[in-house]
Design a protein around this ligand. Structure first.
Ligand SMILES: Cc1ncc(COP(=O)(O)O)c(C=O)c1O
Length: 477
């Protein structure tokens, strides 16, 4: 048998405590159907504290907003709020749910890519900050503010930053070269937007470069200084989300996987992915092209070190960006989504069948589909756990996990996974650290399959016993 590389995930003790109680997990699957997502929200504490520590170290005013789009549960919102975070909302539904949950509107911001009239009206009435993307939105907010006879608090989303002679293009936000003219013309030289109250600036960059974010923050701070000279004070700069998470235990495994993938695509070793998918790499004329298009599942700059790198970046005057923010009395805000959810979730699914496909590979069919654990990148690269119900010995085996959609591409993990033995029908597969984008962002209910139930584990701290009654359906919160 070929040796497909393993990628051992970073896990938390709570996950192993649960996996040891596998009879209970089976009961939950029986009760709620497959798959289910289990959330342990106390894991958010550590994520929050790691960011907080950096802000405290550099001594600036700050506020964190949980990017709610990363996870659909109410429990995540409640936990973020308990931690003192605001909530970044991306739709009318997200916004209204937060209001109904009793979150103070001044702790809500709206970054929705499309802001409907009803969303804008509610936000203006409640006094939440709207982060504006374009001139049409400014017109809409002004119209709604006039209608409800209130001032609307706004910030501008910026993009088009310069990074080493290159412009960072984005479909979002006002271009950095245009915003000065726009603000000067419409906010300083005329009363076109008389009902709009300028509060701050915002950006959110694609990708995971701390350097690009530092350049963007430096340019945004410089723009805030320019506005201050013109008499417009910037209260906050919001640097968005995208803070890295390190998902894997071992750099050696990561390097070995990268090397093996290259060898497999080049035909030197047997495929380690379904249909020899290069996950971004391709072979033309005997030469490998492209690059791995997955999330950097192994990295050395997660969470707090990512933030520290941005804030300690020095501008041309050799001041750190934190020092500039402090000097200008600008609050630095951020909108972490995925990174706030590190170590908070598991996805469990039941084995429906095992078979060999036409080229002899083992396929293990699960009662779930690809949208219920879909990474925005080329694949989710963490080895799952299998909870076997039978004790009998077996031979090691390599398998692909397949899903319930009638699509050839419904392969849950594109990587071939090495297991100690072939699972039986009814055994359970546990995908760890799927909280956030992996379990919720793309989930759909084609073929009328229901969406997965989200359970919240309210762990009893007194006797540490784990009981089925401690798992609450998020819908009932
Ligand atoms: C405007 C904005 N803020 C915050 C986030 C959260 O990003 P992440 O979950 O990578 O931290 C996103 C994600 O797309 C976003 O679009």
């Amino acid at each position: 048998m070929a040796n497909s590389p393993t990628l051992t995930p970073v896990t938390s003790p709570w996950m192993h405590d649960l996996m040891r109680e596998n009879h209970l997990l089976y009961e939950l699957l029986e009760k709620h159907g497959s798959p289910i997502n289990i959330h342990y929200m106390d894991a958010m504490d550590q994520n929050f504290l790691s960011f907080q520590q950096v802000f405290e170290e550099v001594g600036i005013k700050y506020k964190m907003f949980f990017a709610r789009k990363a996870n659909k549960t109410k429990a995540a919102v409640s936990k973020a709020s308990e931690l003192g975070m605001g909530i970044d909302t991306a739709s009318y539904q997200e916004y209204i749910q937060c209001i109904e949950m009793g979150i103070n509107p001044s702790d809500l911001i709206i970054t929705a890519a499309v802001k409907t009239r009803e969303l804008v009206e509610k936000a203006v009435l409640n006094g939440s900050v709207l982060l504006i993307d374009n001139e049409d939105e400014c017109d809409l907010v002004q119209e709604m503010a006039v209608k409800v006879n209130r001032e609307a608090k706004i910030g501008f989303r910026l993009s088009g930053f310069f990074f080493k002679e290159r412009k960072l293009n984005s479909r979002f936000g006002f271009d950095l070269l245009e915003i000065d003219r726009f603000v000067t013309k419409n906010f300083l030289q005329s009363k076109k937007y008389s009902q709009l109250l300028y509060k701050g600036l915002h950006f959110h960059l694609n990708g995971y470069s701390t350097e690009e974010r530092a350049y963007a923050l430096a340019q945004t701070l410089a723009f805030a200084q320019l506005l201050a000279k013109k008499g417009l004070r910037t209260e906050f700069i919001d640097i968005g989300g995208g803070f890295l998470v390190n998902y894997l235990q071992d750099k050696i495994e990561w390097d070995y996987f990268n090397l093996s993938l290259r060898k497999a695509i080049s035909g030197i070793i047997p495929p380690i992915t379904y249909n020899n998918d290069g996950l971004g790499l391709e072979l033309y004329g005997g030469i490998l092209h492209g690059e791995l298009k997955t999330y950097p599942f192994w990295n050395t700059q997660p969470k707090e070190s990512f933030l520290r790198q941005i804030l300690s970046h020095k501008n041309q005057k050799q001041q750190t960006l934190a020092e500039v923010a402090a000097q200008e009395e600008i609050e630095i805000r951020m909108e972490p989504g995925r990174s706030m959810l590190d170590q908070t979730g598991l996805t469990l699914a039941r084995v429906a069948f095992r078979k060999r496909d036409s080229i002899g590979d083992w396929l293990v069919g699960l009662e779930m589909n690809m949208t219920q654990m879909l990474s925005g990148s080329a694949d989710f690269l963490l080895d799952p756990y299998v909870l076997y119900q039978r004790k009998e010995e077996g031979e090691p085996v390599e398998v692909f996990f397949t899903g319930a959609y009638c699509l050839e591409r419904d392969i849950l993990l594109k990587r071939k996974i090495r297991l100690p033995k072939l699972p039986h029908i009814g055994d359970m597969v546990v995908f760890v650290n799927t909280a956030g984008y992996m379990m919720h962002f793309f989930e759909s209910s084609a073929h009328l399959f229901p969406l997965a139930t989200n359970l919240i584990w309210n762990r009893e701290t007194k006797n540490n016993g784990i009981e089925i009654a401690h798992f609450q359906n998020d819908e009932d919160l």
